[in-house]
Write a protein that binds this ligand. Structure first.
Ligand code: HEC
Length: 278
């Protein structure tokens, strides 16, 4: 018995060690992203429409010069649960981009303005061109980056440990990363790389994308680096989880249904067994 418990403990410790490993390795510990109270957290959280609209502006005017969003269709921008632009606005956004289509009757590929059904295009014609323009580093597609950096895809009984070891993930990580560049310690320098304590290994090929006042916010929100980073991270969270609000609503209704059903079953049981003598 004792041996069995010891073995279980050892396995658990090894598991945690393996999970912690990547965070501790390479170039010192990654700095924990500060917590931020996003409106979409928790079982009832929803996205803040105005924030998503501001985040879209930051993405489109700053990040889209290097990053694509290949799973975002322009029509999604006008769908419920997202930034909820009007169809006309979404059409106007799409029309600003050129996408490749074809072949036409002559067998040639051609470009045309994007439509609502098109995905947000990559600024580069191919991966090689993207790398060549960024010192050999590939700017990743950001469609799923918030999910990919979240760590919550582990089961619920493991995820609290991941959070302990790896810190805040998801939107909070993206927010901290793009607003958290620092001067490298001891005047160290690396060709084509920038110092960022939130990035694993600390040296990132992406230059600081935000300087403050990068976009004009029509709703009068101050356009500081921190605000822009907070908004664009929220926008990318929505792109990663476009159906989050619907999912939470259905989950709640399902629980409510089960509760009512359980009550009903209890009453049925009572009705059937109340006349039977124990
Ligand atoms: C000048 C080009 C450029 C711009 C502009 C840019 N990025 Fe990047 N980004 C990169 C490159 C290159 C990488 C890959 C870095 C690496 O692997 O070292 C990257 C990586 C990332 C990553 C992944 C980090 C990780 O954990 O792997 C995120 C998130 C990101 N960028 C977000 C943004 C956001 C948000 C914006 C707009 C505010 C933005 N980027 C603007 C070039 C850019």
């Amino acid at each position: 018995m004792m041996k069995k418990i010891l073995k279980m403990l050892a396995t658990a410790a090894l598991g945690l060690g393996l999970l912690a490993g990547p965070a501790m390795a390479s170039g010192g510990a990654q700095k924990n992203a500060p917590d931020h109270d996003y409106s979409f957290e928790g079982p009832f959280g929803t996205f803040d429409r105005a924030q998503l609209q501001r985040g879209w502006e930051v993405f489109r005017q700053v990040c889209s010069s290097c990053h694509s969003l290949k799973y975002l269709r322009f029509r999604n921008l006008a769908e419920p649960g997202g930034p909820e632009f009007t169809i006309e606005q979404a059409k106007a956004f799409a029309a600003e981009y050129e996408v490749q289509d074809g072949p036409n009757d002559e067998g040639e590929m051609f470009t045309r303005p994007a439509r609502l059904s098109d995905a947000f295009p990559s600024p580069y014609p191919n991966e090689q061109a993207a790398k060549a323009a960024n010192n050999g580093a590939l700017p990743p597609d950001l469609s799923l980056i918030v999910k990919a950096r979240e760590g919550w895809y582990y089961p619920w009984y493991i995820s609290p440990f991941i959070k302990l070891v790896k810190g805040n993930g998801g939107a909070e990580y993206v927010r901290a990363l793009i607003s958290g560049y620092e001067e490298p310690p001891h005047g160290e320098e690396k060709e084509g790389l920038n110092y960022n304590p939130y990035f694993p290994g600390h040296w990132i090929a992406m230059p600081p994308p935000l300087a403050g006042e990068d976009v004009e916010y029509l709703d009068g929100t101050p356009n500081t680096v921190e605000q822009e980073a907070t908004d664009v991270a929220a926008f990318l969270a929505w792109v990663s989880m476009p159906k989050m609000e619907e999912r939470k609503k259905i989950g709640f209704m399902a629980l409510l249904y089960l509760l009512v059903f359980a009550l009903l079953m209890f009453m049925v049981k009572h009705a059937i067994w109340s006349n039977v003598k124990h």
